[in-house]
Structure formats: C-alpha cells, structure tokens
Design a protein around this ligand. Structure first.
Ligand code: AMP
Length: 340
C-alpha cells in the first residue's frame, strides 16, 4: 500500500455521515487526524513530498486541474473536501452549497485509478469539530489578514477571508504539505494565503510553495468552472459568461493604453448591454463590482492609471456578477503572478 509512487487522500466534510453511500473505490479510509499524522510522518521519514489541494467538494475539471498538477509535482497528494462554514456569512448559501461526495470520489478514482490511495473520514479528534465550534459560537482563535481582506471580494463579503485564512491555517497545520495548490479563479484568496505563509513563516508549505493554477473555463464560451454554476437555470446559464466578456473588454482596453477608469466603465457598459437583453428573457443580471487592483496591496488602481504608470506589478481585473440568485466571480491577471 505504501509502495505506490503517488497517492491521494480525501478529507471529508463533517456533515457527511459515516453511512453516506459511496461508490467502490481503491481509496482506503483513514479515520482520524492521528492516523493522518502517522501517514504524514512516514512521508517525512521517506523524504516524500506531499501536495495538497483544499476544496469544498462538488468537484469539476477546475479542481481536477489542481489535482493533476499536484500529482505531477509531488510523490503524494492530499485532497480535502470541507464546506467551510466559517467563510459563509449568515445570509449566504452554506445550507444549499452543492454536496456531491459519491460523485467526487468517482471522479478522483476515475482519473487516478492507481494513484488514489487514501481516504480520510472525520472522527472525534478531527479538525471539523473545531471548525463547527467557530461557526456556532463565533469565538475561537481566528486568523485575520489585516489590510488585505477588505478589498475586492472582501468588500462584498467582509468576514470571508477571515474564515478562509483560519480554516486553511488549520488545514495546513493538519496536513503539513510540501506544496499547496490554489486556483487563479479565486485569485485574492490564493495571493492572500501565499502572503499568510510568508508573514507567519509557515514551514508547511513555505510561501513560495503556494502555487496558483490557471482558471479552467468552458471551452465554448469562457465561463469559469465553478461548483456554484450548478445553481444556474438553462436560461440563466446563457448570460453567465457576461462577466468574463466584460473583463476581456477591460483587458484589451488596458493593453491599448486606456486609463483604468475607461477600462472599468467600458466593462460595465458590456454588462449593462447584456443586462437589458437578459431582462427581456426573464433573467436578472446585476453587477456587484468590477475593479482593477494592485496584486501586491489589493488597492484599487488610481482612476488615471494606465499600463505604463502601473509598471511591473501584475494588475488584477476582477468582478462579481449576480445572475438570478447565483453570484459568480471571475478575474484576469495582467502580468506575471510569480512576481507577487
Ligand atoms: P472551491 O471548492 O470552490 O473552494 O475551490 C477549491 C480550489 O479549486 C480553490 O483553490 C479554487 O480556486 C480552485 N478552483 C475552483 N474553480 C476553479 C477553476 N475553474 N479553475 C481552476 N481552479 C479552480
């Protein structure tokens, strides 16, 4: 069992009862953090690298692209599935967030038949107990990124990044990965976690072992894959790629030397146009925000900034769009993310 070159491990969400019917899989079960630690110690002793892909489940090709990268770059791969209550505000979609564990397991098994080996379920000693406590009482040890969590997504979701940073810190402490993989789809999250590792001197993973993997998109219309796309009706789905189209407009205006203000107002105009068409089709399209930010500070660029004034620091064009009751996010980065 230990001899295989590459192995994967799946960490379950606390609400998945032990009786959840799961498909047959070659992935054996680990039942506690203690047994994980044993497994991890063995990897340390054998000098095997461990790649880690934290997820909230409802897996799709975007998640799998992270898994593939981890499998390619590490001896062992760990994937966690945890719908993190601490990152949802009370009015958000925690209760309805898609939970598709049997299918997730099938997907992992199918793509890495001989590679997936470990499957970890919750136990009383498991990390999930502590996370549940945070959600119920809103008091515990929290990790907060001062000055970095209130812009972009943080402006619309004020407690989101505290929830993410806290849970990912716990996961990093439990899993102790050599490398961790995050999607560009959630660019602010990925950069913020890289900074967390840097500022707090995390050994596992070190900041430069926090990797950002490009966004996987629908090849036909560019819509970023997301677990939340499952909420969209057929009619709503038609208008979902609007945000990416608006961001592409802004990207092209930016590379033509337009000011940040003109890039953003042009992108908003793209959305306004679709909004009118969608309304005729009975679909409500509503912009939350669209903005251009410095990738180091997350500060909004000056209105008159342009590609020359911005210099070498990568620029993040990002936005959030409501299509019906579904909130979609997306971004384009201009510049090299490895510089951040
Ligand atoms: P989630 O399960 O939505 O919390 O996502 C888990 C990880 O998968 C995060 O690092 C996301 O950024 C990443 N991810 C989600 N969607 C995509 C996508 N379309 N392409 C690449 N990575 C993604």
């Amino acid at each position: 069992m230990w001899r295989s070159a590459t192995q994967a491990f799946v960490l379950l969400h606390r609400s998945m009862s032990m009786s959840t019917a799961l498909p047959p899989s070659p992935i054996p079960l680990l039942t506690s953090v203690a047994s994980y630690r044993q497994w991890r110690q063995k990897a340390f002793d054998e000098r095997k690298s461990v790649g880690f892909v934290p997820t909230m489940g409802a897996l799709h090709d975007g998640h799998l692209s992270l898994v593939q990268k981890s499998l390619a770059e590490n001896d062992l791969t760990v994937l966690s599935i945890f719908v993190n209550p601490a990152q949802f505000a009370p009015h958000e979609d925690l209760a309805t967030y898609p939970r598709t564990l049997p299918r997730d397991l099938e997907l992992l098994t199918a793509q890495q038949e001989s590679l997936c080996r470990y499957f970890f379920r919750r136990s009383k000693t498991c990390i999930h107990q502590a996370l549940a406590r945070i959600f119920r009482h809103r008091r515990d040890a929290f990790v907060e990124m001062k000055g970095y969590g209130h812009q972009m997504e943080g402006a619309s979701r004020p407690t989101f990044f505290r929830g993410v940073a806290t849970v990912v810190t716990k996961l990093f402490n439990a899993v102790q990965p050599t490398n961790a993989y995050f999607g560009q789809k959630d660019i602010q999250q990925a950069l913020l976690l890289r900074r967390l590792c840097k500022d707090l001197l995390f050994p596992h993973p070190e900041a430069d072992h926090v990797h950002i993997v490009p966004t996987t998109r629908n090849p036909n219309d560019g819509l970023a894959l997301s677990s939340r796309n499952a909420y969209l009706s057929v009619n709503e789905r038609k208008f979902a790629p609007t945000l990416f189209k608006a961001l592409q407009y802004a990207e092209s205006a930016w590379s033509n030397g337009e000011s940040k203000d003109r890039c953003v107002s042009g992108a908003v105009a793209v959305i306004d146009k679709v909004k009118t068409q969608a309304a005729l089709d009975g679909v409500e399209v509503r912009l939350d925000y669209i903005e251009m930010n410095d990738s180091e500070t997350f500060d909004v660029l000056d209105a008159s900034s342009n590609t020359q004034l911005a210099g070498d620091i990568p620029v993040i064009l990002s936005g959030a769009l409501w299509v019906g009751k579904t909130r979609l996010i997306d971004n384009i980065v201009v510049g090299d993310l490895n510089r951040v």
